[in-house]
Design a protein around this ligand. Structure first.
Ligand SMILES: *Cc1c(COP(=O)(O)O)cnc(C)c1O
Length: 378
C-alpha cells in the first residue's frame, strides 16, 4: 500500500516542518540534541515490555534486559542499592508521579497528599484518578513549597500519615523544595519516619542535580521513598518517556498476576513501550558522568548568562540555584509567540537545554526581549 500523492505531500510537509523547527524549543525543557540512529532499525519490530523486566515473560520481543540496566543506572544515580529498589521505564514524568502516589496511597489509604501551588498540573489529575485525599499548600515567591503552611495544614488536618509530594524543580520557576527541611519539620511535629511518605517529582532536575557539586537534597540517601524523572526532557528522546524508581518493599504490595503472558505486573499500563528503554539505555551507555557534567555546566552557564544580560538591561530576571530555567516578566505577545515561550501568571521563562550550545543560539531571543522591554519603558 502506498499513500496517495496528496497524503504523501502532507507527510512531506510535516517532515519539512519538523526539520525547520527541531531546535525551536526554549519554553519547554526538551533537549533536542539526541541521536538514536543506531536504534532506528528496531522500529520494524513490535517490541512490548508488558509486565516486569525482572520476571520471565512469554512475549519474546521485549527489551527487558536493557530496561533492567537502565534501572541499575538510575538506582546508582539516585543512591539506592539496586536490590532494594524497583522501578521501570514510564511514558514520562506524569506516569512516574502517578506510580509514586499510587504506592503511597496503598501504604496509607487514608493519608492526605500535600502538594504546593507550583506543582505540575498533572498532580491534580492524579489525585482525582486515585481518589487520594489532598491539600494544596501555598508556595513561596521562589516557587518552593511554603513550609509553614505545609505544617499548619498537616496539623489542622490532624494528619497522622502525610504523603508529601516534593517538587525537585518546578515547571515554571525551576524551584526545589527543601526535603531536608520538610523531614526535620515533620520530625519536630512528632511524625515518625515510618508514618509518612515522600515522593520526589524530579521530571527535569533529576538529570541535573546528580551532576552538580552543591546539589540540594533529592535522592534516596536524602530520604525520599520514590522519584519520577522524564526521559524526554534533560536526556532527550523522540518519544516521551521517563523513569520511576521506588523502594522495593513498597512495590511488592501492588503486584498483579497476568496469567496469559505468564507474568507479574506492578506497572500502571498494560502494554509498555519497548523502544524507549532502548533509547534511555543508549543515552546512559554513551554518556559518562563527566559528559553529563559538561552538558549540565553548559546549560547552567547559559542560564546565568541570560540572567545577567536581562538584569544589565533592567529586566527583573532570576533563576533558582542549580536551575536551568530563567524566569522574567512576560514580554509582549508577539515576542512570546514568535519564540514559543511558555508563560504563566505574568511570568515567562526560558529553559536552557542540551541543544543550546552557545550564546549565539539564544542571543536573538534575549535581544528581542530586551528591545521589547525598552520599548515599553520608553
Ligand atoms: C514536565 C513535568 C512533569 C510531567 O512530565 P511529563 O514527562 O510531561 O509527563 C511533571 N512535573 C514537572 C515538575 C514537570 O516539569
Amino acid at each position: 500500500m502506498t499513500l496517495s500523492i496528496e497524503n504523501q505531500n502532507k507527510l512531506d510537509a510535516f517532515w519539512a516542518h519538523c526539520v525547520k523547527n527541531q531546535y525551536f524549543n526554549i519554553g519547554y525543557p526538551e533537549s533536542a540534541d539526541f541521536d538514536y540512529t543506531n536504534l532506528e532499525r528496531f522500529l520494524r519490530f513490535s517490541i512490548n515490555n508488558c509486565g516486569d523486566w525482572g520476571e520471565y515473560c512469554n512475549y519474546l520481543l521485549n527489551s527487558f534486559d536493557f530496561e533492567k540496566e537502565v534501572m541499575e543506572y538510575f538506582a546508582d544515580l539516585y543512591k539506592i542499592p539496586f536490590e532494594e529498589s524497583w522501578g521501570y521505564v514510564t511514558n514520562g514524568g506524569t506516569e512516574g508521579n502517578m506510580f509514586g502516589c499510587y504506592l503511597a496511597r496503598e501504604i496509607f489509604p487514608e493519608g492526605t497528599l500535600y502538594y504546593s501551588k507550583d506543582t505540575h498540573y498533572s498532580v491534580a489529575k492524579i489525585v482525582k484518578l486515585l481518589r487520594i485525599k489532598s491539600q494544596v499548600v501555598e508556595s513561596l515567591p521562589t516557587g518552593e513549597i511554603d513550609y509553614d503552611d505545609l505544617m499548619k495544614k498537616i496539623a489542622a488536618d490532624n494528619e497522622q500519615h502525610p504523603i508529601i509530594f516534593a517538587n525537585i524543580g518546578t515547571t515554571v520557576k525551576g524551584a526545589i523544595d527543601d526535603i531536608h527541611k520538610i523531614q526535620k519539620l515533620l520530625k519536630d511535629a512528632g511524625i515518625k519516619r515510618e508514618d509518612y511518605y515522600l515522593h520526589a517529582d524530579a521530571a527535569l532536575s533529576g538529570m541535573i542535580l546528580p551532576f552538580v557539586d552543591d546539589a540540594q537534597g533529592f535522592n534516596f540517601a536524602d530520604g525520599i521513598d520514590s522519584i519520577g524523572v522524564s526521559g524526554h526532557k534533560m536526556i532527550g528522546s523522540p518519544i516521551p518517556c521517563g523513569v520511576v524508581l521506588a523502594k522495593k518493599k513498597y512495590v511488592d504490595g501492588i503486584t498483579v498476576e497476568i496469567d496469559y503472558i505468564a507474568a507479574h505486573d506492578k506497572t500502571i499500563t498494560g502494554s509498555r513501550n519497548g523502544h524507549t528503554p532502548l533509547m534511555l539505555w543508549e543515552a546512559v551507555m554513551t554518556h559518562d558522568k563527566n559528559e553529563w557534567r559538561r552538558r549540565i555546566d553548559r546549560c547552567l552557564e547559559l542560564a546565568e548568562y541570560t540572567v545577567k544580560r536581562f538584569q544589565a538591561a533592567g529586566i527583573d530576571a532570576w533563576r533558582g540555584r542549580n536551575s536551568i530555567t530563567v524566569v522574567f516578566p512576560c514580554p509582549s505577545e508577539h515576542v512570546w509567540k514568535d519564540h514559543c515561550l511558555a508563560i504563566s501568571n505574568g511570568l515567562a521563562h526560558m529553559v536552557l537545554s542540551g541543544h543550546h550550545l552557545d550564546h549565539d543560539s539564544i542571543d536573538g531571543l534575549i535581544n528581542d526581549v530586551i528591545a521589547d522591554a525598552q520599548k515599553k519603558s520608553a
